[in-house]
Design a protein around this ligand. Structure first.
Ligand SMILES: *Cc1c(COP(=O)(O)O)cnc(C)c1O
Length: 364
């Protein structure tokens, strides 16, 4: 059997007829950018998350940097972010000339709320929380810290569509929730797409203008903005997928439950879930001290895996200028050296998962 770490064709085929009908209807409509599909998606996604407003954008990274920028953060400012994130979170900060200050993660791979306050300086303007792997950060503690120190709170929800903390959706706790709809995300488009959600209609209005060259009225430019528009085709396809989000998320939870129940392998540590949260399992991430051996062993049996992520941003060549070195963030680094994502995707077949489980359990 050949099992890919992630596959997007199953997720397409599951709703193929609906996707194809929607694509055709957009193609035939003669209207391709910022039209009724985008307006409908913004309304649908705001309702889904429980946020007041949603602004469709061209990518998750755009949602992050535009949120950081519109919240007034720039050169000389510091933003706290967990060390073990995907590099896009950090780029959302540095594109604006602001400085990322890394915080170690907790046992759930989220920013360790107990280590935030020690990093706050006079320059700190915001905390960026990344709900990594579809798990959820300790939002009560974090919102309390942000209020106490007058910090903005930005949530990177690129991996957490639908994840809940005490029944409330990620992305709605702070000033802005930033989503990516890159094809491999839980709510995936068929190309690049993103969105920002917020309870602040003022911020949403600014983002709406900013994404379209800073213009509300054609050829009248209010601010020096950018082109970060969500297109009609992606929005239309996202409307189709969003309507199935409950089913898609329930399925991922079931797959994760099955792994949790049936994996019995003393060489690996299974992920655990914070109480009061309901994760959406963007990745099923295990840890092992024998990672390369396990990767090779599974590869030999046709099972692909991925490391999310092998090089933490503070050790990335791109951020050499921040002056960090190996050893600065030991927990972040030990995760980078031991994490491994095993296959989990929409419409994963029972026999695919069972084979994966059997192989992992038989690893010696
Ligand atoms: C995917 C991802 C992003 C970036 O989203 P794009 O749509 O690819 O720009 C940002 N942060 C995290 C945590 C991600 O996983």
């Amino acid at each position: 059997m050949k099992i890919m770490p992630n596959r997007m064709d199953y997720g397409f085929m599951k709703y193929q007829k609906e996707f194809e009908e929607k694509a055709l209807s957009v193609l035939r409509s003669g209207w391709y950018v910022l039209g009724k599909e985008v307006a409908a998606f913004e309304e649908n996604f705001a309702a889904y998350t429980g946020a007041k407003c949603c602004v469709g954008l061209a990518s998750g990274l755009d949602a992050l940097w535009i949120a950081v920028k519109l919240l007034g953060i720039g050169p000389g400012d510091e933003v706290l972010v967990q060390g073990n994130t995907y590099i896009a979170s950090v780029m959302g900060i540095t594109i604006n000339g602001a400085t990322p200050v890394f915080v170690e993660p907790d046992e759930y791979y989220q920013i360790d709320a107990d280590k935030i306050e020690e990093k706050i300086t006079e320059k700190t303007k915001a905390v960026m929380v990344v709900h990594l792997y579809g798990h959820v950060a300790d939002m009560d503690k974090i919102t309390h810290i942000c209020k106490k120190h007058h910090l903005k709170l930005i949530e990177d929800c690129a991996q957490s569509h639908g994840a809940l903390y005490k029944g409330k959706m990620t992305g709605t706790f702070g000033d802005a929730g930033c989503f990516s709809f890159y094809p491999s995300k839980n709510l995936g488009a068929f190309g690049d797409a993103g969105a920002l959600v917020t309870n602040d209609p003022g911020l949403a209005g600014e983002a709406r203008i900013f994404r379209n060259y800073g213009s509300e009225k054609r050829y009248y430019n209010k601010v020096a903005g950018a082109n970060s528009r969500l297109d009609e085709l992606q929005a239309g396809l996202l409307n189709v997928r969003l309507a199935h989000m409950k089913e898609i998320t329930d399925e991922r939870r079931q797959l994760a439950d099955t792994y949790g129940r049936e994996l019995h392998q003393k060489e690996i540590l299974l992920p655990s879930t914070r109480s009061d949260t309901c994760p959406v399992w963007h990745q099923y991430v295990i840890r092992t001290g024998r990672r390369q051996e396990l990767i090779d062993y599974l590869n030999d049996r046709g099972i692909g895996t991925i490391i999310h992520y092998p090089i933490p941003p503070h050790l990335s060549e791109a951020y050499h200028s921040l002056g960090h070195k190996k050893g600065d963030f030991p927990i972040t680094e030990s995760y980078a050296d031991s994490v491994l994502s095993i296959p989990l995707y929409t419409d994963m077949r029972e026999e695919e998962q069972q084979y994966t489980i059997d192989c992992i359990n038989a690893f010696t």
